[in-house]
Structure formats: C-alpha cells, structure tokens
Design a binder for this molecule. Structure first.
Ligand SMILES: Nc1ncnc2c1ncn2[C@@H]1O[C@H](COP(=O)(O)OP(=O)(O)OP(=O)(O)O)[C@@H](O)[C@H]1O
Ligand SMILES: [Mg+2]
Length: 422
C-alpha cells in the first residue's frame, strides 16, 4: 500500500486496472467517510456502488477530521473511518491524535490527503494509520484501499470467480465451462472448483463422470454449517487440481432460491480455492443476476442466431453498467457452422456487441457428442483437436495468463446480415 500511496496520478483506465490486478471483495464492514471536497465524496460514493463493496455499509459526510472527532465523541466507531484533509503537516497529525482518543480498538483509519511526501507518510504509518491515499482519487483507488485492509499481503491468493452463462438455453455454456475449468486445472495447474448451479438439471457430474452423494445443494440448504471442513466434504475430486461441487439433478425438491442463497458458499470457496468456475444456468433470477455481477470475470456463450445476439447484447449491456470499474464481460460463439443452417457471423456479432468474441467454437457433433456420452472432456478424447486448443487459450485468458488469439471469423458467410441491418 505504501507504493500505491506515493504514486502520483495519472489514474489508469478502470479496464486496465481490472485486467492487471485482482481485488478481492470486502466483507460486511461499516465504513464512514468524512470528506472535505465534493470530488473525494463522489469518488467514495461511486466506490460504494462497486460490486466488491456490495456488502460494506458506507456513509459519507463532509467536514473532514473535525467532524469525525465530533461524531465519535461518545458514540462507537465503525470498522473503517476515511478522513480527507486538505491541510499539510502538523495540524493533520494533531487532528489524528485527537481522533485516536475517541476511536474504538480495531477501527482502522484511511487518510486521504494532498501531501506527497515520504516523511509525512511515515509519520502517519507510525500513528497506526492503515493507508494513505493521494487525492485526487479514482473510484478504484478507494475500492482497492478498503478491500486491501482485509487481504493480508502474505495470505494465499484468494479465489478468482469465473462465471459462465449461455445467452440461450442449450448453447453449450456448461460444456464450455467444464472444458475451460479442466484446462485451468490441468494445463495451468491451478486448483479449481467447478460449481454446478443448475441444481435440477446440471450436467457437470455427467460430464466429469462423477456421481457424488453430496454437492452444492447441501451448501445452499444449510448455509449455517458452512466452514472449510464442511465444504471439503461436499467437493468431489475429478483430477489432481480439479474438484466438483455437483448439482443433485434430482427433482424431489424445488430450487427457487433467495438472492443471497449462494453468498456463504461462494465466500467459503473464495477463501480457499484459487479458481472457482461457476456454471450458471440460463435464467434471470435475483441470485443469478447477483452471481454474475459479483464474479471476477464473466464469459457469455452464444449460438450464432438472432435470439442469442439479442440476449447476449442485453446481458453484456446490463453487466457493463452494473460493473463500471471492471473489465467488460467476454463472450464467445459456440456451435458455429451447422450444415445448411443460416447463421449470424462473428463479424456481425462483433459489430452489434461492439467487441470481438474471444473464441468462435465450431459445431463438432462427433467429438462433443462422444465426449458428453463418455463423461470426458474434449482434450481427454483428442488433445490436439482444434477445440481443445481453444479451451486452453480461453483458460489462459480467463485466469489472466495471456491474451487469447483474435477470434477467427465464422466459417459461414453472414446470411442473416441483412436481417441484422434492418
Ligand atoms: N461446439 C459444439 N459442437 C457440438 N456439440 C456441442 C458443442 N458445444 C456443446 N455441444 C453439445 O450441446 C449440448 C448442450 O450443451 P450444454 O449442456 O453444455 O449446454 P447449456 O448451454 O449448458 O445448456 P442448458 O441451457 O441446458 O444449461 C450437449 O449435448 C453438448 O455436448
Ligand atoms: Mg448448462
């Protein structure tokens, strides 16, 4: 945090920040900010709307350090106090000393100032200040600072959540998710858990040839029991680095969950597993929406037709506006090149969605059909198959290992291009 504090502006673009660093979400904490300028208040306000501070309770007021001292004289302090100060030097230190007298033990203080000086910074750290941010602040600076207080620098890297969803049912979203997870675990050697969120009909168990007695349902139906040992029991091991949190795929119960039903299990996974692959069913419920908004990265899988195009556009537009400080969601095309089927081309998708697909996966009924029926991944069946190579590239992209190759254009000419231009 020292370096971040002393690096002066310019602020990088949010997308660049999102691509280069992984900021884990903050737990349920209370944050109270005492600002001196409307610019800082606005940056903190906008940080409060970031997905990573979704659980934090944020209160912002003006008045700086004097207002803070007055506010806490006789009332309890929150988990984090943010103080903006426009002045330099001694009066800040004196003000912080007075604040420390009214602060409860455990409350952390973040100072926002305009003094870019190592001596001043050291003085603050000596007084137990948790972080010093140099104004003007970007939204992501505030997010990083607050979240950073809860991830110790020597802690194991916390889990990165990747959510995969289809723009329509049956487009192969689960197949894509399972194959990518397989490659993340096998080729990149990252411990990965695939969580099948299609409780009634999910196919992850079939695809990995597993039939575990326990899985995701045990976690969502008993959130109070969730701890590391409990989660360990629910996981079924597929390979060295790959485990599965399987869907029951039984219909004796219904699965209409509340918005926060998956919070506890996701938090538990994040704390221990480096990569969490969420196979999100094609639904628009409170919890699916929350799951997508809260993920670190998102891949939308679309088939090459008009309904997929519309839905993919709606999904991407919604997610971009709900996650303004994140890299935009990725999308790929799947089942492309079905004989005699008119299809919308990758180029037309790129035009309509204002972004290239990260992969154009051909329709290969032989290899995908065989893999599905055998409970195998494409790479197990044919390691050098072109789609196996695509899954390897997607696994690198989604874990931030490298850029995927530019998508190739569709195999068929855009027969429905005219339709699109209407
Ligand atoms: N590129 C492909 N070529 C041929 N078949 C494919 C391809 N991708 C997926 N499939 C097949 O399509 C079928 C549907 O795949 P999958 O279950 O992964 O889709 P989904 O989008 O998750 O569906 P649902 O909406 O039911 O969750 C499966 O039989 C799968 O093997
Ligand atoms: Mg599915």
């Amino acid at each position: 945090m020292i370096t971040s504090a002393l690096q002066a502006a310019p602020q990088p673009e949010p997308e660049a920040v999102a691509a280069s660093e992984h900021i884990a979400p903050a737990p349920r904490v209370s944050v109270q900010a005492f600002c001196e300028t409307v610019e800082t208040a606005a940056a903190i306000q906008s940080a409060g709307e970031d997905r990573r501070l979704g659980k934090a309770h944020l209160k912002i007021q003006m008045g700086g350090i004097a207002a803070a001292i007055e506010a806490y004289n006789g009332s309890p302090t929150p988990n984090i106090i943010m103080i903006e100060t426009a002045s330099r030097g001694d009066d800040v230190i004196a003000g912080l000393d007075s604040l420390s007298e009214v602060c409860d033990a455990g409350t952390r203080v973040i100072v926002i100032g305009r003094v870019n000086d190592v001596g001043f910074y050291r003085e603050l750290m000596r007084r137990g200040i948790s972080d010093y941010l140099l104004a003007p602040l970007g939204t992501i600076d505030v997010v990083r600072s607050i979240c950073g207080l809860f991830s110790a620098p020597d802690a194991k890297p916390v889990g990165r959540v990747i959510a995969v969803i289809g723009a329509k049912g049956g487009v192969g979203a689960s197949t894509v998710a399972h194959n990518i997870a397989w490659s993340i675990a096998g080729d990149l050697g990252l411990d990965t858990v695939v969580s099948d969120l299609d409780l009634g009909f999910g196919t992850a168990g079939l695809d990995y040839n597993q039939d575990p007695p326990q899985g995701i349902a045990d976690a969502v139906f008993s959130p109070d029991r969730i701890d590391n040992a409990f989660v360990d029991r629910l996981l079924s091991k597929c390979t060295d680095h790959l485990s599965l949190l399987a869907a029951p795929a039984t219909l004796d119960r219904v699965y209409d969950f509340g918005e926060e039903a998956f919070d506890s299990i996701f938090d538990a996974l994040r704390a221990t597993v480096p990569c969490i692959m969420l196979d999100v069913p094609h639904q628009w419920m409170g919890w699916t929406k929350r799951t997508l908004v809260g993920a670190d990265d998102i891949l939308v899988v679309a088939g090459p037709d008009l309904a997929n195009l519309r839905n993919a556009k709606n999904l991407l537009d919604f997610l971009k506006s709900a996650r303004p400080n994140d890299r935009r969601p990725y999308y790929c095309l799947n089942q492309v090149g079905v004989q005699k089927r008119p299809e919308i081309s990758a180029a037309d998708f790129a035009k309509a969605l204002d972004d290239e697909p990260v992969a154009v996966i051909p329709f290969e009924p032989q290899v995908f059909g065989t893999a599905a029926n055998n409970g195998q991944m494409v790479a197990e069946l044919a390691a050098s198959h072109r789609t196996a190579e695509m899954f390897r590239q997607l696994s690198q992209l989604l874990t931030g290992r490298s850029e995927a190759k530019k998508a190739r254009s569709s195999l068929l000419s855009p027969l429905i291009g005219k339709l699109l231009k209407r």
